[in-house]
Ligand binder design. Structure first.
Ligand SMILES: C[S@@+](CC[C@H](N)C(=O)[O-])C[C@H]1O[C@@H](n2cnc3c(N)ncnc32)[C@H](O)[C@@H]1O
Length: 358
């Protein structure tokens, strides 16, 4: 799903494609699928992918990009449905009131368009193969006209220039490729029950920042409900009050055990775990957890940091009040499992810039 997503591995996709090729993968599990970009790319490259996440809007995107067979006839039907939705007049509703008046994530005009389109999807497409695709198309359209830096804990003091553009749906670019599976659930609970695959990719959160709150607007639009909201960002009250809304991967003490369980239980011959030099677990600790799968290989990548880090530190009036420590970080892939000597050698060459790896 081409939206702004913290921790998206968009730039690692070519490398992850190469990993899949080098290990001759025909199937893969993306256990923390997030933006679904990795899962989508693997599907496009012919892998049967199972995409897992605990967020409903991510699951909806995974149903779109990983599980939908898009025949020519279906494409025509989708184009017509999207034309129809794009022609609707705006209607004031929960999105307009909560996210555009009480907060300023979108202009009220675009909020009203989103309200009208979400209601029409529920009325005309509920329960059909089109529903997840149209919801995904709505989220992607809203992302193109939002007024944030990419997180929904806050919105910009001045409207982003893109916010003035009319919210307009496009047909999602669903790849050809094997029809995979989308699983909504907690990775620590579902990992062991998944169908076996050649490759599993694990890219969990490694700090306190919760995806549930960072992307609460997408979750609410996807659900189409009207929850009581709190705070400046008008988040769902359940995110504050319901302990089950918290991921174990945002809990520093529980994280190592949870990741270990996923690494050990996920039914794949090769496990690839992402981490960086900025999370609670260092690459050595992640490599240690992977040892249950055999001697791990560590591949390092120099990488530009999240855009918010590059913009700098601002006070509530929007004035720049601090500088940031660094704009680059190191991303790692820790790879373990049934690897031949030549595969290990070839995988080690993927490092960027090329470095000697363990
Ligand atoms: C770093 S992001 C993954 C980014 C993804 N690889 C991409 O390229 O966009 C981590 C993801 O893990 C999900 N997540 C967090 N805790 C989880 C859990 N216990 N089970 C399943 N998914 C979880 C979050 O919702 C988030 O989408």
């Amino acid at each position: 799903m081409p939206v702004k997503y913290l921790g998206s591995k968009r730039r690692l996709v070519p490398t992850l494609n190469e990993v899949a090729r080098l290990v001759h993968a025909d199937s893969a599990i993306d256990l923390f699928t997030g933006s679904t970009r990795v899962a989508t790319a693997w599907r496009a490259n012919g892998l049967a992918v199972t995409a897992v996440d605990r967020l409903r809007f991510v699951h909806t995107a995974a149903r779109t990009y990983v599980t939908t067979p898009l025949t020519t006839r279906r494409r025509h039907v989708l184009v017509a449905a999207i034309d129809d939705l794009n022609r609707l007049d705006g209607v004031d509703g929960y999105i307009t009131e909560t996210f555009c008046r009480q907060a300023r994530f979108f202009t009220p005009e675009n909020g009203a368009r989103a309200d009208a389109i979400r209601a029409a999807i529920a009325d005309r497409h509920h329960g059909t193969w089109r529903e997840p695709i149209l919801i995904t198309a709505l989220l992607e359209a809203a992302d193109r006209v939002d007024s944030t830096t990419g997180l929904q804990m806050a919105y910009l003091k001045q409207w982003a220039r893109r916010a003035a553009t009319r919210l307009t749906l496009r047909v999602p670019e669903i790849p050809d490729g094997p029809v995979g599976r989308a699983v909504l659930g907690d990775a620590t609970k579902v990992a062991r029950r998944l169908a076996p695959a050649t490759l599993a990719y694990l890219d969990p959160p490694y700090n306190q920042h919760r995806y549930e709150t960072n992307y609460h607007v997408w979750e609410t639009i996807c659900r189409g409900d009207a929850p009581e909201a709190y705070g400046v960002a008008r988040k769902r009250v359940a995110l504050r009050d319901d302990p089950t809304s918290r991921s174990v991967f945002n809990d520093r003490r529980a994280l190592p055990g949870a990741l270990r369980a996923c690494i050990e239980q996920v039914p794949a011959s090769i496990v690839v775990v992402s981490c960086s030099n900025e999370g609670w677990l260092g690459v050595d600790e992640v490599a240690g957890l992977c040892e249950a799968r055999g001697r791990p290989l560590v591949v390092a990548f120099d990488s530009a940091r999240y855009v918010g880090a590059r913009i700098g530190i601002h006070n509530p009036n929007g004035a720049k009040v601090g500088s940031i420590s660094h704009v680059r970080n190191t991303e790692y892939l820790v790879i373990a499992g049934d690897l031949s000597r030549s595969q290990r050698r070839d995988l080690a060459t993927l490092a960027s810039p090329p470095v000697a790896c363990a």
